[in-house]
Design a protein around this ligand. Structure first.
Ligand SMILES: C[S@@+](CC[C@H](N)C(=O)[O-])C[C@H]1O[C@@H](n2cnc3c(N)ncnc32)[C@H](O)[C@@H]1O
Length: 265
């Protein structure tokens, strides 16, 4: 059985929704999920993910590629190991499994989230993976020829997608190392994500528990609350190295309407 086929509904996924107040986000670890299952998405807590057929070289090849890049470029990768199936499942609940959705992954790395997206996305959907690192991109292209891979910076998301003929996006899934980015860069990336999402679209991303000790992680959390009307926090997902929280965000606030306007301080 391949990696994706082993995914089980064992993550402690729960949380609480804070409404359009925007000013903050509330964590309700282990609480009930509210406000999920909106148009175009489904709450898949407890649902299995389709097997995806595996990749050449299997998980070992992915791990070797990840370790190679992570050792050389820790400031770009920002993680000690690829995401686990449990984290992948928590982040991909927003992937529509009906219709013809466009799903974009930011910071695809060696592909663990890619596989989970592939296991959920509707058969007529379009799946695009983006990474800034050449070696990660080469690995993805080599091991997953079915995948549409774009090499570039998530800060240029709109332009990157336009170059590939992608207009509006239904779901954006990110494992970008947010706490490593300066605030103006975080803001720009969130604005780009907000601009490409459809009104019913959704965005998920992760923060690692140790990173919560860093100022950048708290700043990012505040920025998320300004960039989206609704931010749901799920987890912790303990079965990941390191454990993390998933943010599930909906209804982007246009940059000019966000509290503080276009303040990038
Ligand atoms: C924490 S790793 C996650 C990799 C993989 N998705 C996983 O879950 O194991 C972060 C990834 O984001 C990529 N990355 C970092 N900064 C980026 C940026 N500005 N634009 C696009 N990708 C970026 C890194 O190259 C790396 O592959």
């Amino acid at each position: 059985m391949n990696e994706t086929a082993r995914l089980r509904p064992d993550t402690n996924v729960g949380g609480d929704v804070e409404g359009p107040g925007r000013a903050g986000i509330r964590t309700n670890v282990g609480g009930d999920v509210k406000g999920s299952g909106r148009a175009g998405t489904r709450a898949n807590v407890g649902e299995a993910i389709r097997p995806t057929g595996g990749v050449p070289g299997g998980r070992a090849a992915d791990l070797r590629a990840f370790a190679g890049v992570a050792l050389r470029r820790q400031r770009v990768v920002g993680a000690v190991a690829p995401s686990s199936p449990a984290l992948a499942r928590a982040l991909t609940t927003i992937v529509p499994s009906s219709g013809t959705p466009v799903v974009v992954e930011l910071g695809a790395g060696t592909g663990p989230i890619t596989e989970a997206i592939r296991g959920r996305i509707a058969p007529g959907g379009r799946q695009v993976a983006i990474d800034v690192d050449r070696e990660m991109v080469a690995h993805l292209r080599r091991t997953r020829p079915w995948l549409e891979v774009l090499h570039g910076d998530a800060a240029d998301l709109g332009a990157l997608l336009a170059s590939a003929g992608v207009g509006r996006v239904d779901a954006v899934v990110s494992t970008l190392p947010w706490s490593l980015f300066p605030v103006p860069r975080q803001v720009r990336m969130l604005e780009e994500i907000g601009r490409v999402l459809t009104p019913a679209g959704a965005f998920t991303t992760v923060t690692y528990l140790p990173a919560l000790l860093l100022r950048g992680a708290h700043e990012f959390r505040r920025r998320l609350g300004r960039a989206f009307e609704e931010v749901l926090i799920t987890g912790p997902v303990w079965r990941n190295m390191p454990p993390g929280l998933a943010y599930v965000c909906r209804r982007p606030v246009p940059a000019s309407a966000a509290p503080g306007g276009e303040d990038h301080s």
